[in-house]
Design a protein around this ligand. Structure first.
Ligand code: PSV
Ligand code: MN
Length: 424
């Protein structure tokens, strides 16, 4: 489903006056507001192809209706999101949940929607029909070389498919680990994983990156073979300059200081990408910014500071992606909210008075340090984010327009009530 240009324009015209008032009031007090808006316009967040259906839990899955039935419809949904906010111009595929049957046609369709192919994701955490060896006891770390070989070949095949689509990175997340003490020899598991990753690394084209994603727990609950940023960084360092660590916000033990992790990885030149989501307890897959918006801001504060220190382009220097698919919200509304929360945190981080902060740090003025950060965080920046959307011909209020146009009802009409998208 495509929106007509006039539908966005009519919506914006209705909200124009109110928006202008709010924006002009706010802009008076924000230094460099024009520069911030230009950065926001460039900043794009990839949407994972598995987030367009309603996610499930171990206990059930309640399909929301009108879910995309194939890759083409998933791209259609992302095209729609991108029309609404002009900040979702990329798709991240999970293979084999999504298999582009005809790469050229898939690429052409994506171009029509103005979306690019972000990192491709391999999947060795589930068995596929007709697969020779099972991943029940792991994949790249497996005790059996034949299983490792199968998993390596799958990753190489994913790279091949990514190349055809114009992607330039592979994300490897492994469910490998152990659930009981004694089950694994940690050293051997590490070395097997490294050797397997080395074979995958050798198949990477020159301009590609590989992101090693870590996770502290789940589905294994005693040890994970890429369990934290230290292990991921070890692999990345041993692999070489095309290998990086990927931070998924939901993959840490409770209370981990993610902003410090991000800062140090950036300092090492080894932060590759991000999976955004939010959580209260574990890998909860909640909407980004719905539980811990201050943490999200603090992370962005480190990202902006660290990327600037390295002269990195904010929009292209790292892979930015949402990784969440919750089980009760309309997935498209959920994604619009996540993108908005990310843009807000990014805007607030851009607003931090870095010179003043540095000076306060030099003087050990702890109170002033907190004041400076919280001045930015407590500013309601929604009008700046909306202004960036307005200037890119997107909607001033994407969720409102989505509801006013009854998009979900129309998708249900087109696709039916009982559709279920591939994914978890
Ligand atoms: C694992 O929990 C993960 O974060 C990885 O990125 C997977 O690719 C994705 O979620 C699958 O849902
Ligand atoms: Mn992830």
């Amino acid at each position: 489903m495509r929106l007509e240009k006039y539908q966005i324009e009519e919506h914006n015209a209705k909200l124009a006056q109110q928006h202008k008032r709010k924006f002009e009031f706010l802009a008076q007090d924000v230094q460099g507001v024009e520069e911030i808006i230009q950065k926001l316009i460039k900043f794009q967040i990839a949407i994972p192809s598995w987030a367009l259906g309603t996610g499930g839990t171990r206990f059930g899955r309640f399909s929301g209706g009108g879910e995309p039935r194939n890759l083409e419809e998933k791209m259609g949904d992302i095209g729609l999101l991108h029309q609404l906010n002009q900040s979702s111009g990329a798709i991240s595929l999970h293979i084999p949940w999504d298999i582009p049957e005809n790469a050229a046609a898939t690429k052409a369709l994506a171009a029509q929607y103005g979306i690019k192919f972000d990192a491709v994701n391999s999947n060795t955490f589930q068995d596929q029909p007709n697969q020779q060896h099972s991943y029940k006891f792991g994949s790249l770390h497996h005790v059996d070389k034949a299983v490792r070989k199968q998993a390596i070949e799958h990753n190489i095949e994913v790279i091949r498919q990514g190349v055809e689509l114009g992607s330039d990175s592979l994300t490897v997340w492994l469910a490998d680990g152990s659930s009981f003490p004694g089950q694994l020899n940690f050293r051997k598991a590490f070395n097997n994983t490294l050797e397997s990753l080395q074979e995958i690394y050798a198949a990477l084209p020159d301009n590609w990156k590989v992101f090693v994603e870590y996770k502290a727990f789940e589905p294994n609950f005693y040890s994970m073979s890429v369990g934290d940023w230290g292990q991921s960084l070890l692999y990345a360092n041993k692999l070489g300059s095309k290998a990086y660590t990927l931070v998924d916000l939901g993959h840490h033990l409770p209370n981990a200081n993610i902003e410090q992790i991000v800062s140090l990885l950036l300092n090492e030149g080894k932060l590759g990408g991000f999976h955004f989501n939010d959580s209260k307890y574990g890998d909860d897959d909640l909407t980004t910014g719905s539980i811990k918006p201050y943490q999200l801001f603090l992370i962005f504060n480190e990202l902006v500071e660290g990327m600037d220190a390295k002269g990195m382009d904010h929009a292209t220097g790292l892979g930015w992606m949402i990784d969440a698919s919750h089980n009760i919200k309309d997935p498209l509304e959920d994604l619009l909210q996540s993108v908005e929360a990310i843009m807000m945190a990014y805007t607030q981080a851009l607003m931090v008075d870095k010179k003043a902060l540095e000076q306060a740090r030099q003087e050990n003025d702890v109170v002033r340090c907190q004041e400076i950060l919280q001045n930015a965080f407590r500013t309601d920046v929604r009008a700046i984010v909306a202004e960036a959307r307005l200037r890119s011909n997107a909607a001033l209020n994407p969720v409102q327009l989505y509801r006013d146009l009854k998009v979900r009802e129309k998708l249900v009409g087109e696709r039916g009530l009982k559709t279920v998208a591939t994914g978890l």
